[in-house]
Ligand binder design. Structure first.
Ligand code: SF4
Length: 367
């Protein structure tokens, strides 16, 4: 992946973030019908990226041939497309939020445990949606509805929640899209009990700091123990992500830690304790801190394992079924999770560390 240094940081705590430079930018005719699509083309051209205007709306010729090469080419490609109408009908996304909506699908990073491997099909091109007005306009119908935060006592204070990072990392592509800033402004101006949520393994938050967010966007930073860094190619370093967390908290955003995927790596107890202490140091003294924590253990499915082993054949990520507990999802498919005793031990340890070193963090769920 081609990465370049970002512009000067706007916070003394914020280290320069690496910004993705796709090798190809494909634009469909449908994307060009939308002002946001045309604005993204202008951004890409201003960055000196090669923009290819397609004659048809289908993306073709991206798969086939050598799978490693197809993977590398797809991960280096940004496609500007119009989201199909089905994308405007939202799905529930427990335990994170009432609803999921998508600004894009795909991510340029190379995490060896990427959850997208099990949910997206085809070559992992990053597709960004140009019909942003329609996507944001569709959200209002869902306000006040939903079964995760809207109607539960424990999380009612969050309002109706809309999760924007199920199928992408919206901050990792924000310099090319501007979609996330638009969504934050949309929620900032939406005077109702609603909340935009996203999580990210990137750190380029400078463009978000001055937005009128109205405290209706919760920015969660996805973090893991230091030893997991080798599985997170193409993301920003943990230190930069934590600095970004401090910066957005000081800019008044509700914030969160997504600790994921929790792995029983050697020395995990000390490693997660160190992570939580570092987060506490970063957030020390933030006025009106509104902080949550989401704790997500590592799991895989037969499908995601096959995809990930195809993408990262040399990975030493533990994907051994015999060391896991086999469970059925509510849709009847198989997943492999940490064994029950280890799960309980890690849960007790991590929640204890949070209670001790970061008591401001409200734990939303352990899964
Ligand atoms: S940053 Fe998130 S979405 Fe992107 S590759 Fe890593 S796990 Fe997947």
């Amino acid at each position: 992946m081609d990465l370049a240094r970002a512009d000067a940081p706007q916070s003394p705590n914020l280290r320069p973030a690496r910004l993705w430079r796709p090798r190809r930018v494909l634009v469909t005719p449908a994307a060009l019908e939308h002002a946001h699509g045309r604005a993204m083309v202008a951004r890409a051209e201003a960055l000196g990226l090669p923009v290819e205007r397609l004659r048809a709306n289908r993306l073709t010729g991206l798969g086939g041939g050598d799978p490693r090469r197809a993977y590398a080419e797809a991960k280096a490609t940004l496609a500007l497309v119009a989201a199909p109408p089905t994308k405007l009908r939202l799905q529930p996304i427990p335990p994170s939020a009432d609803w999921r909506f998508d600004l894009a699908e795909g991510c340029p990073a190379h995490c060896q445990y990427c959850y997208l491997a099990g949910s997206l099909s085809g070559p992992p091109v990053t597709r960004v949606y140009a019909n942003l007005d329609a996507i944001l306009g569709a959200l209002a119908d869902y306000a006040g509805r939903g079964a995760v935060t809207s109607t539960t006592e424990a999380r009612a204070g969050e309002g109706t929640t809309f999760e924007a990072s199920c199928y992408t990392d919206p901050l990792g592509i924000e310099h090319l899209t501007g979609s996330l800033s638009a969504a934050i402004r949309h929620f900032g101006a939406w005077d109702a009990p609603v909340q935009l949520r996203f999580t990210t393994k990137f750190a380029a938050v400078a463009p978000l700091l001055g937005l009128d967010h109205g405290r209706r966007t919760r920015i969660r930073i996805s973090v893991n123990a230091q030893g997991a860094a080798r599985y997170e190619g193409g993301t920003d370093p943990l230190e930069a992500r934590l600095a970004a967390l401090g910066a957005v908290a000081r800019a008044g955003y509700p914030v969160g830690l997504t600790i994921a995927p929790i792995l029983p790596l050697p020395g995990w107890r000390d490693a997660y304790a160190g992570l939580i202490r570092e987060a506490a140091r970063t957030l020390d003294g933030v006025p009106d801190l509104d902080l949550t924590a989401e704790l997500i253990t590592h799991r895989f499915t037969p499908g995601s394992k096959t995809v990930l082993q195809g993408w990262y054949p040399g990975s030493d990520l533990p994907l051994d079924e015999s060391a896991r507990t086999r469970k059925l999802t509510k849709f009847g498919s198989v997943k492999y999770v940490l064994p029950k005793d280890l799960m309980a031990e890690m849960r007790e340890a991590l929640t204890g560390m949070l209670a001790r070193d970061l008591p401001a963090a409200r734990i939303l769920y352990w899964t």
